[in-house]
Design a protein around this ligand. Structure first.
Ligand code: CA
Length: 324
């Protein structure tokens, strides 16, 4: 599988990226190898500029300076600019990495735009290409708008976003990544591209504890300490926002794991849409205009094998933490 990660890097995006890097020598569920052909930056937890800085730094830190980084859109389709919300800054820190420092990369981002890279990759790799999108969906939507045929030849777009059978994370009905740019999410849902939605419905079933996070730092390596430290900051924020959870969710890592192994979740086929007007703006729901239309190209995850996901996530991350 040829993989592009479209991230707003972000603590859980960093964990998702680290998980992907830890999976490069592993086989996916269909027996293929994981080839991370690029990381594209979007906004949400951080600005796009901060996100691509983090992407380069994280890739280098984990020993993968060969993976190119592309900058995507830096604000929503219907907006003129973007600012990190106080809620995001509280969870992810000023630098997106819980204010934990790792060295800046000496590499530069690519001259090619992220959307052009997605379009070219879809042309080149067709059904082998998987795009994992875990931030605002603006760049993916822009690529599909610019090249609508991409929807018919891309392998799959795995989206960490939406809340269909459960409440949102921004408010009772809006999930955060959809809420960053509802128009963009709606464009993707209506594009006809093969979509795999890993939303609040399943991500809110995940949980990692401080004890589990500490096992990486206990390896005594720089990588282990970094992983434990950023997750520690994330857990600090969750202790305030979700005191009853005694841990944190793992939204982006679950989406990354599903991108490599869709058998982790049970899905329902459903055409989705996003409410763009009225009081429920930002809500994802079955598209009422397509209820009689057969063969939806969107699979919505509704159940997840959490024990299998956690065992796999912990073993790969612990192995990565042990490397350096
Ligand atoms: Ca994210």
């Amino acid at each position: 599988v040829k993989l592009i990660c479209d991230l707003d890097t972000g603590i859980d995006d960093t964990l998702a990226l680290a998980y992907i890097l830890a999976s490069i020598d592993q086989k996916t569920a269909d027996g293929s190898n994981v080839d991370l052909i690029g990381v594209t930056g979007t906004f949400g937890n951080v600005t796009t500029a901060q996100g691509v800085r983090n992407d380069l730094a994280v890739l280098d830190f984990f020993g993968h300076p060969e993976v190119p980084v592309y900058a995507g859109r830096d604000h929503a389709l219907g907006m003129r600019s973007f600012e990190v919300s106080p809620g995001s800054a509280f969870i992810h820190g000023r630098n997106g990495l819980g204010d934990i420092d790792i060295p800046d990369s000496t590499r530069a981002i690519s001259d090619l735009s992220a959307e052009e890279f997605m379009i070219q990759s879809a042309r080149q790799y067709g059904h082998d290409l998987v795009i994992l999108a875990t931030g605002a969906f603006t760049t993916v939507a822009s690529a599909l708008q610019k090249n609508p045929q991409m929807a018919s030849y891309v392998g799959k777009i795995v989206m960490m976003g939406a809340a269909v059978t459960t409440c949102g994370s921004v408010n009772a009905w809006t999930e955060a990544n959809v809420g960053q740019d509802p128009e963009a999410a709606d464009i993707i849902f209506k594009s006809g591209a093969p979509l795999f939605v890993v939303g609040r419905d399943v991500t809110a079933r995940t949980r990692i504890t401080r004890q589990q996070a500490d096992t990486w730092g206990a390896q005594g390596t720089e990588r282990g300490k970094f992983l434990s430290s950023i997750l520690d900051r994330y857990l600090d924020a969750y202790a305030v926002n979700f005191p009853a959870l005694h841990g944190s969710f793992l939204p982006d890592p679950l989406a990354a794991a599903v991108a490599l192994d869709p058998t982790l979740v049970q899905t329902i086929p459903l055409w989705l849409r996003v409410d763009l007007a009225g009081p429920t703006r930002g809500r994802t729901i079955g598209d009422p205009d397509r209820l009689r239309e057969p063969n939806p190209t969107t699979q919505v995850s509704v159940l997840c094998d959490i024990p299998r996901f956690m065992a796999n996530f912990m073993s790969r991350m612990t192995a990565l933490a042990a490397t350096k």
